[in-house]
Design a protein. Sequence first.
Length: 552
Amino acid sequence: MSDGVLNLAPRVQLSAIGELRWRLFVNALRSTRGKLELLSQIVIGIGFASGGIAGATSLGFGAAMMFSAGRPDLLALLFWFVFLFWQVFPIMATAFSSNPDAADLLRFPLSYRSYFLVRLAYGSVDPATAMGTLWSLGILVGVGVEKPALLPWTLLVMVAFVAFNLVFMQMIFVWVERWLAQRRSREIMGVLFILLLLCFQLTGPLLAHFGKRARPDMKRYLEILAPVQRVLPPGLAGDAIAEAAYPHRMVSFSSFALLCGFVLVVGYTLHVRLLAQYRGENLSEVAATVKSVDRSLRLGWKLPGLPAPVAAVFEKEVRYLLRSGPTLLTLIMPVFVLVLIRLGAMNAAQKSGLPFAHVPDLPFPAAAGYTLLMLTNLVCNCFGGDAAGIQFFFASPVSFREIVLAKNLTHSCILAFEVVVTWMGIALLYGPPSFAITIATLAGLLFAAPLNFAVGNLLSLYSPKKIDYSSFRHTRPSQVSVLISLGVQLFIIGLGVLVFWIGRLYGNYWITTLIFLLLSAISLTAYRVILHRVEALALERQETLVAELCRA
């Protein structure tokens, strides 16, 4: 590594990285896919901008109302809302994030200071950071409108609060990636993460359920939690502004100093992890010594009625998915959402007399549609998990038609298993769906699934993207695939609602079944046509597939 390169000012190195990113962006626009990616980013950006502006307006109005009502101490609620969104949203919406991996820059002679700044720069363009910053700006404007004298101090507190969230988000991700780098810790973290998400989703229904009861000790719990949250960053930010309004300058300054202390501690924790990465830490799962080697031949699965190549690819797909914590989390969500709705929205609908509560035949079709929706990321990027292994597909004496058929068969088996489990969950929570509704729903899936697979096969060939099934941050398909598949899902859901409405209008869901069977004939024909074209399309797109999936 050249000392001359490392001695360059960080400004020069960052400028070079910025120019590199710009050239990659401009060069990508020469292809049709690059132009579509830009269009999808614009559409998604407009959506995030709308959410950011709407949230900033609401939070700004809320901050102004708190000051006008003489309750600036409630500002901490707004800061907690921004903090929770900032940290949770990047995990829940990875499909809409397209930040590059800054660790790839370690192959070049980059100084540590520049690498640290690049990591922060990549984090600053994350959608959660953009929206969180806009929302913080909305709180700043709201406080400034009611208390113009507090504007400079509020701006200083906001800068520290934004810096904390940015550094904290990066720190969480780099340490989680460290823990997920080895299989044993990955399994433990995956289970804990799934349990955490499920518990978080149950918070609302449980609070609504127990909040209706008389809880004389609730006030005591709140008295304990209030001082605890005041010593955490969101509470400190709210306290620093609220105490300055009274004015209690020393208390306000001490809260701000503690907030800055949190920024330094979290920044140092991030520095420890990034420095280990920079120095070339290798987190290998290979044992240092191998005591014995099992050289026994392990035969693959033999599935009745399927050719050996199809069975082999089917086995590979199943083994890949069973080792993926994010995928398993996705697959259990439909059943969990049923429980969530049963505890929350359904109880509220029944007590309020809404029409939704008097539609006992609705849960199974809705759950089946949601189950199909959960497979979108797998279906529209079915070669993403193969990565560099795509080269073996081209080198093997197996047609791409068989490979794609095996992948679609895997997704069909997952869908069938999910539908069976969902039916059992609905029978337990809501009562067994009627036979007519069950058949109509299965007929709807017979129409929707082949159409999804047909579109997904095309997207997998025309817009592939390398993914890592073991990572929560690297399981997203391309944004073009996300938008197109979202449009297809909206079309299928809209058509499905219309067909079920027709059956309900005439009081005979066998009409719904008949319509879906006619539509399924069309979707199956389209799927068969595209499946026969897969071989030619794969050879035509061979260079693009290999270049995209084999990139480091």
